[in-house]
Design a protein around this ligand. Structure first.
Ligand code: C5P
Length: 316
């Protein structure tokens, strides 16, 4: 096999709770993650020189080693140097549809696709959990992006427990094109304001994780109760991002239209999403928000819950 094409879905957070600090400088989290069918396409081609090349037509996607997809290929080349030496390098082509620096894990999902794709291209035979373990060294969201669907993510975000699939719900996403929020900034600012609430005792931390695992959001997902999921949406990072970026707060308000199940910011933002029961409601919300905001810089998408992570494109 000399080429491989993959679908890399975006994610939203249905629950994002910051529990405390970790010795590695990251935050201890309890999150419920959900894949959506807003996807990038990743094409991998073997090339004879031992280089890794990234190509993307989107002007804001870097094609150097700062790109997580590049880092994923570099990681595989370092872990499997003989295979890399024998089979040569790889060209990674990214068809970008997921907005960048948006809180939707677009970069992480691209990296996840490169790991899954190189495992196939190089016939390494790694299992999904081996790939997930490997991937955590380059980004906390990548293990989730590999398996996708609906899942609980704890630790740095890299420890994944799958939850019953929640397909059927629809999502309207809104993001100002020229607005990006730095994830390190969001976590650092949260620490500055809220570290007094951080839990340090390991027994209490485990209790908090268990509270999420056995808590109302997971129960609502198990019962496929969209209304309850909408009511229970929770994201600690809203506490720092919304006051700093009033446009995001305004968009969240505009998205909170009658009839929706709930609205919230995803990850560290600035994307805001609204959940609806049907595709028609989602289109109506999108049209309503577009008219109410009347802002040329605002991009809106309609998507739905997606039950898988990285998948290969058949017939390639
Ligand atoms: O792992 P990832 O590269 O996505 O994280 C980006 C940044 O977000 C980290 O450098 C860190 O500042 C912050 N972060 C954190 N705790 C986590 C995940 C991310 O503080 N669990």
């Amino acid at each position: 096999m000399e080429r491989c094409s993959l679908i890399a879905p975006a994610k939203i957070n249905l629950h994002l709770e910051i529990i405390g600090d970790r010795p590695d400088g990251f935050h201890e989290l309890a999150m419920v993650m959900q894949s959506i069918d807003l996807v990038d396409r990743i094409d991998l081609h073997s090339i004879s020189t031992d280089t890794i090349r990234v190509r993307c037509a989107h002007p804001d996607v870097p094609n150097d080693r700062t790109n997580l997809a590049y880092q994923a290929a570099r990681l595989m080349a370092e872990r499997f140097p003989e295979t890399f030496a024998n089979l040569g390098g790889v060209e990674i082509h990214i068809e970008k549809n997921i907005p960048i620096a948006a809180g939707l894990a677009g970069g992480s999902s691209n990296a996840a696709a490169v790991l899954v794709g190189l495992n196939l291209l190089w016939k390494l035979g790694l299992t999904q959990s081996e790939l997930q373990e490997l991937s955590a060294s380059i980004g906390s969201d990548i293990p989730f992006c590999i398996s996708g669907g609906t899942a609980l993510a704890t630790g740095r975000g890299e420890t994944i427990s799958p939850l019953p699939g929640m397909d059927g719900l629809h999502v309207v996403l809104g993001k100002f094109r020229n607005l990006a929020v730095s994830t390190p900034w969001a976590y650092k600012t949260f620490r500055e304001h809220y570290s007094h609430t951080y839990i340090t005792d390991e027994v209490e931390r485990e209790e908090r994780r268990q509270n999420v695992h056995a808590g109302p959001m997971v129960s609502a997902i198990s019962h496929r109760d969209g209304r309850k999921i909408g009511e229970l949406l929770y994201n600690d990072l809203e506490k720092v991002v919304l006051p700093e970026f009033p446009q995001v707060a305004k968009l969240r308000e505009a998205m909170s239209r009658p009839g929706i199940l709930g609205a919230m910011m995803s990850g560290s933002g600035p994307t805001v999403f609204a959940l609806t029961e049907t595709a028609e409601q989602a289109q109506q919300v999108r049209d309503g928000v577009k008219a109410a905001m009347a802002d040329e810089d605002l991009d809106l998408w309609v998507a739905q819950f997606f039950s898988t992570g990285i998948s290969t494109v058949e017939g390639v």
